[in-house]
Design a protein. Sequence first.
Length: 500
Amino acid sequence: MEALDVETSIAEGEQALQALMQFAREDAGTLEAHEAEQGIFTRLLPIGLAAMKLYFAQRGTGDVGPAIARADGVLLPRERPLRGRGSFSLFGTFAVARTCYRTPGEPGIFPLDAPVNFPKRCDSYFLQEWMTVFAVEHPFQERAGFFAPLVELEVAESVLMEVAQEAPEDYEGFYAQRPVPPEDNEGELLVVSFDGKGVPMIKEAAVKLKAKLGTGEKRQKKKDALVGVCSTVDAKPRAPEVLAALLVDPEAARARQRREDTRSDAPRAQQVRRVASLVRTKPAVMERIKADAERRDPQHRQPLVVLLDGALCRWNLAPKLFKSWTRVTCVLDIMPVISYRWTAANAFFREGSTEGKRWVQGKLADILRGRVGYVIGGLRQLLTKQRLRKSLRETLANVITFLHNHRRWMPYDAYLAAGLPVGTGVVESACGAVVKHRMEGEGKRWSLEGAEAILAWRSLKKSHDHELRDYWRFRARQVRVRRYGRQPKYRPTARLRRVA
């Protein structure tokens, strides 16, 4: 094949530029602005394509002489025909001619490949970045058709899926070298939290979740992704009564704040790192969040708050995992507590009634004052001294059991006085942003590999939206090391006989 030519590439670029200017000059009077904009954009692509060809024409074919000698003494002569390599860029597709040095029985070497850092795929890194930017937010099938009308490039759905699955392989390395947030941007308290969110699975993956079903059991269609967050907040002491009113009737509390021209005193998370995984074990995901906390505070100078929901499995893991912190406080999320209070209220009062709301707010204020034992005692009296129907007794028994099992993690009076957060709103928000908004929806079903890749991308994007490009720069460097750093060293030589 023929090598790209500098003069030809320049001529193609000048011709494309002339066509662009001619379009803008001659068609200006007949087009509306949006039509002109579309026409200009379309005509910019051939200019970019010509410029890419000129770039590779300037780089040459990688011809370094008649032969190269490897460090181990093996001589590789230059092959006569140039070898073509397809290149898919955002501007279009073209072929790059490369010189190959090869001898029978030995792998060939292309001296051009390493300096320009050709990806393993024909798709350029920049095009792959565009693919993942769209795939991380939208279904693959929908995004596959995006490129054709915009940049006149056909991208198959299978290619989008492959790129999305391959690209996160440098995710861990990227975070390992990422700079720690400046102390000026951090809060007083270091906070970690965890929660689960189900991901709908394709039939083949769902079968593997539980191979053998018991009598009456239905096939599990979702698998839980564990979501973890690490952030910092400033300590904000709050009054139990005020927080109870806000949690039970937030609209009324916000209206009162507007009337009184006051701001919410809720702790605001800063520098949030989000992680979600479907295939990693719970301890492994928690270790990743712990590693982020260690990077931010290696000396353990900040108080650490571990916020968890009512799942006892995570309560068994978290205290052991973070025991190295001298100042660590495990806090039970207040939202499950409120949920159980509403369950009890709806059993005694009409759902949504003012009386039920007052009852929940009063009992919640007692819990936030640290009077959990008092609240449990009151519920037990209702259970033992009143004649209640069976369903109501079961509801009360469940509420009492929950409060009793989690009582040791519910000294909310101390938490509020110290200004600690008591709600897992940050991780619940992460469950929606990272998992639900992309993974759930009509017709969406996932393989384990595909779901894990998209969760990695969304974890990165929703943590640091502006750093996707930084990730691709990092990935290009890492792939270059893996692909070309291990190639045997060689030097150009004019000798064509085998080196002894």
